[in-house]
Design a protein around this ligand. Structure first.
Ligand SMILES: NC(=O)c1ccc[n+]([C@@H]2O[C@H](COP(=O)([O-])OP(=O)(O)OC[C@H]3O[C@@H](n4cnc5c(N)ncnc54)[C@H](O)[C@@H]3O)[C@@H](O)[C@H]2O)c1
Length: 253
């Protein structure tokens, strides 16, 4: 038995969007400190490939934007035993101002980023209330606490996640259910790096993106995973309703 407050021994976690980037790194970290992890993603094959051979990680298909997919995923996990931690990590990005955002773009981002958190948390909340314990970590962004240029729809969704986090933290503070969110700056995930490579001048874009963070670089997925572990573990036992910045100092300025 570990005496570390950061242990997740005997805990079960669900992590959405766990095939890649921050979700995948968090699944690996949680498993390494003793958790059983249900790693789900809309891209089942990529999730299977990423976590092949890790016995502590159970891979599932789940589209967080689809209520019936969420409900069957959560029911199947609960059939296997109780759940302690929900990391609502799945999300999609979009570059553009309001004038470049179609109604379809707006709805797509809203359905994945906002309704995804709503569907997953609604499906698990009765279980957390019944056992009078639960830990929810939501993935927001620097775009959930400040307006970032060219990220109109994305900011809309991430501000909503901060709002849901604080509202649920208040509603369930006395139910032993903690609800927090993480607000990363730019993190060098495969998704982010692939996007940069689509520009005609990727090196200049990368330099611009590095410079958004006062520390002068992007973060690594593992540097967000450790903050998720802090929030998911007893190390943060008196923390609820918090927005943890992981942004190399961006929000401080
Ligand atoms: N990378 C960054 O700079 C950054 C910064 C702030 C916040 N975030 C947030 O972190 C989270 C993870 O991003 P990432 O950079 O690791 O991206 P990523 O693209 O590497 O990973 C996102 C994962 O979510 C999955 N996904 C997409 N739509 C889904 C759906 N409907 N249902 C289930 N899974 C779905 C994808 O298949 C992918 O595996 C997102 O919520 C993102 O908004 C990322």
């Amino acid at each position: 038995m570990s005496n570390s407050p950061f242990t997740l021994e005997n805990k079960t976690a669900i992590i959405t969007g766990a095939a890649s980037g921050i979700g995948a790194a968090t699944a690996e970290l949680f498993a390494s400190v003793g958790a059983t992890v249900h790693a789900s993603d809309i891209n089942l094959e990529a999730c299977q490939e990423r976590h092949a051979g890790n016995d502590a990680i159970v891979v599932n298909h789940c589209d967080v934007a689809d209520k019936s997919s969420v409900e069957s995923h959560v029911a199947s996990v609960l059939n296997q035993g109780p759940v302690d931690i929900l990391f609502n990590n799945a999300g999609a990005g979009m570059v553009g101002r309001i004038e470049q955002t179609s109604e379809e773009d707006f709805d797509r981002l809203y359905n994945i980023n906002v309704k995804g958190v709503f569907h997953m948390t609604s499906a698990l909340m009765p279980h957390f209330l019944e056992k009078k314990a639960g830990n929810i970590v939501n993935m927001a962004s620097i775009c959930g606490v400040i307006g970032v240029p060219d990220r109109f729809a994305y900011c809309m969704t991430k501000f909503a996640i901060v709002g849901m986090t604080k509202a649920m933290a208040m509603d369930h503070a006395k139910d032993n259910i903690r609800v927090n969110c993480i607000c990363p700056g730019r993190i060098a995930t495969p998704f982010m790096l692939a996007r940069i490579n689509e520009y005609p001048n990727p090196e200049a874009i990368r330099a611009d993106m590095d410079a958004s963070q006062p520390m002068g670089r992007m973060g690594e997925p593992e540097e967000v995973a450790t903050v998720a572990l802090y929030l998911a573990s007893d190390a943060s036992g008196f923390v609820t309703g918090a927005c943890e910045s992981v942004d190399g100092g961006w929000f401080a300025g």
